[in-house]
Ligand binder design. Structure first.
Ligand code: SF4
Ligand code: SF4
Length: 179
């Protein structure tokens, strides 16, 4: 596979500055609503807050790749005297939890860094985090050229995992006849 230069977008998370306000969840779900900003629902957000106020745990996590199977093992992390489950840090939309799934359809959600036309100056969750717990950076890296799956392909992959290829094909054929 050949190497290409790529602009890598990075959001740094400073756990000490997050106070659990959840403004990031609110703006992300509103930005991705159809039509844009017509509603907000944290369950549809591509950033979710893992929080346990009694233990002073506030951990914003970004939705990453779709995973068809859950992992078999779990680790525990002890950081600055606070205990975290391995799943707390995991970005996958996977069968073991409800996180990062569109609540009505169950389709996987993934952070797209607020791709927009014209582009946003910074991802919206960063702009809305008034505590500066989230900060945005861009850097250039040499990476292996990869085939990027579109949202619709990821969604189809998860439907095929759930219902089987034949059922998905039959349903699409039936719908196209109706349309
Ligand atoms: S907006 Fe910032 S401070 Fe508020 S929950 Fe999100 S990351 Fe934490
Ligand atoms: S970068 Fe945009 S898409 Fe990603 S979590 Fe933040 S608001 Fe949502």
């Amino acid at each position: 596979m050949s190497k290409v230069k790529k602009k890598v977008k990075v959001i740094k998370i400073d756990l000490d500055k997050c106070n659990g306000c959840r403004a990031c969840e609110l703006i992300c779900s509103a930005f991705h609503a159809t039509p844009k900003y017509s509603s907000n629902n944290p369950a549809r957000s591509r950033i979710r807050l893992i929080f346990e106020p009694l233990k002073d745990v506030y951990l914003p996590v970004y939705a990453g790749e779709y995973a068809a199977a859950e992992c078999m093992g779990r680790d525990k992390y002890l950081i600055d005297g606070k205990e975290y489950d391995e799943c707390d840090f995991c970005r996958a939309s996977c069968p073991s939890r409800e996180l990062f799934k569109e609540p009505d359809s169950g389709l996987p959600l993934k952070c797209d860094m607020c791709e927009d036309d014209p582009p946003q100056k910074e991802p919206l969750c960063v702009q809305w985090c008034i505590n500066d717990a989230l900060t945005y950076e861009e850097r250039e890296e040499e990476v292996e050229e990869e085939v990027k799956l579109e949202d619709v392909e990821t969604g189809l992959e998860s439907m095929v995992d759930k219902y089987g290829l034949q059922k998905v094909v039959d349903t699409v054929a039936r719908m196209s006849k109706k349309g």
